[in-house]
Write a protein that binds this ligand. Structure first.
Ligand code: EPZ
Length: 427
């Protein structure tokens, strides 16, 4: 397994441009299966989760071409409606293909995605909504088989929780259903609006995506299009938090400041100076951060759960005690035990983490538990005195494009070390 080797204690300074949004491009790639034609997607990030999604599209019969940050998917002639277990396992969020496969072929076979490092990740809301659109489900041995006896029909669907994935699956499936669908209590994340922009550019009729109530008028079929993915607001948040944790001064270019609206006040409370325009945000950190009394993760536009782990690392060094309440996922604190190995003083009780800031962290060997928790360890290593070695970094490569490159551009001393096995393979 590859690892990152970090020599900490260097302030991050300078500017970077953030890659396209992982959580936007994954549902857009899934939705491209619906299109009787070609989708050219620009600003597509180089991530292993994207590679997994492209493998699924290829398996389903799409022609996929990639040229750097541009991907072309030709779904003119699809040949399958089944995602094998092996591919489902490669990407937890592959349930997002359900709506597209059903909408295009009238049936879908996939396995229950299974839990992951941050929780059980049930899909009951997805299943309930898809049934309301007219699909029937049979399940055995962990395999889900959906069939649409006639055609998908529009419905009025109220989500019990503003689930991002369930909202996306409903939008995708109802694009080509008969009649109109109304989603109440829909998720409002910016990735929902980006998905709708992509689908509307293919001829779909989706209204007020980004609000809590979304209306989709079904159309017969979707046509070819070009689309540019929005910047990754979680990656942008992560790099700003890393700059704050190292006492640095960093500008993030080409992001949409409104997308990180809940983070900005938290960074200001911690003593950072923030300046912004319509396409960039700059942060200048104080010598020592103030604690932030309480942060609650909430659905958008509240504080994003995906920035919780990076923020926990940052507040480990603040002057005073901060409290974080993780309201979205049931076990998203696996990074805490690793942060403690670096000298952090954190206690966790259920969904609450109490972070007693310490004057310094010291380098150690740690293991990345998941995507965002993995980057939290990078942040702690960047701020720590001495060397930190992080293994399990394949988790981080799922959602951050070449972090060692971006961080080196900002003055960090971080190297990617290939494992011995990888080196032998290269020989
Ligand atoms: C999306 O996951 C993101 N992933 C997550 O980012 C993000 O943390 C999450 O939304 C919340 O913002 C992608 O977009 C690929 P949810 P998703 O459905 O759709 C429960 C990252 O680090 N729930 O809004 O799976 C669920 O267990 C990842 O980039 C049900 O109970 O999130 C969770 O507790 C992590 N039943 C809560 O709702 C369901 O049917 C929110 O989940 C669906 C969800």
């Amino acid at each position: 397994m590859d690892s990152f080797v970090i020599n900490g204690g260097k302030k991050l300074t300078g500017e970077i441009q953030i890659h396209g949004s992982k959580n936007s491009v994954l549902p857009i790639l899934a939705a491209s299966f619906l299109v009787n034609g070609k989708s050219v997607i620009h600003n597509c990030p180089l991530l292993s989760d994207v590679d997994a999604a492209l493998k699924i599209l290829t398996h389903l019969g799409c022609k996929v071409e990639r040229d750097g940050h541009t991907v072309a998917i030709d779904s003119e002639n699809v040949t399958s409606s089944e995602i094998p277990d092996s591919l489902m396992r490669e990407m937890r969020s592959s349930v997002i293909f359900l709506g597209a496969i059903l909408g295009r072929t009238g049936e879908a076979k996939l396995s229950t995605p299974g839990g992951c490092e941050i929780g059980l990740r049930p899909i009951d809301m997805h299943i309930s909504a898809i049934k309301q659109l007219g699909a029937e489900l049979s399940e055995e041995h962990g395999r889900l088989e959906f069939k649409v006896p006639d055609k998908l029909k529009g419905a009025k669907i109220t989500l019990p929780f503003p689930s991002v994935g369930a909202t996306e699956n409903i939008i995708i499936a109802s694009c080509v259903a008969q009649g109109a669908t109304i989603i109440s209590n829909a998720a409002r994340e910016p990735e929902i609006a980006d998905l709708a922009d992509y689908l509307n550019s293919c001829g779909a009729k989706i209204h007020s995506a980004g609000d809590s109530t979304i209306v989709i008028e079904g159309v017969k079929q979707l046509h070819s299009t070009n689309h540019t993915v929005i910047p990754d607001r979680i990656a942008a948040s992560t790099y700003l938090i890393a700059a704050a944790a190292t006492g640095g001064k960093v500008c993030i270019k080409d992001i949409i400041p409104a997308h990180i609206g809940a983070l900005i006040p938290v960074l200001k409370q911690s003593g950072c100076e923030i300046t912004e325009s319509n396409r960039w945000v700059c942060l200048s950190a104080p010598k020592r951060l103030n604690r932030v009394s309480i942060i609650r993760t909430m659905p958008y536009p509240g504080f994003p759960t995906d920035a919780q782990a990076p923020l926990t690392a940052m507040l480990s060094l603040a002057d005073g005690t901060s409290v974080i309440i993780e309201n979205i996922f049931e076990c998203r604190y696996k990074h805490v035990s690793e942060l403690i190995r670096l000298g952090a003083k954190i206690s966790v009780e259920g969904r609450t983490a109490v972070i007693e800031g310490v004057p310094k962290l010291t380098g150690a060997s740690v293991v990345a538990p998941d995507l965002r928790g993995g980057f939290a360890l990078i942040i702690a290593g960047l701020a720590a005195v001495g060397e930190t070695v992080i293994t399990g970094i394949e988790h981080i490569d799922r959602g951050y494009e070449k972090p060692e490159v971006f961080l080196s551009q900002l003055g960090a001393d971080i190297k990617r070390k290939e494992s011995y096995a990888e080196q032998r393979q290269q020989e």
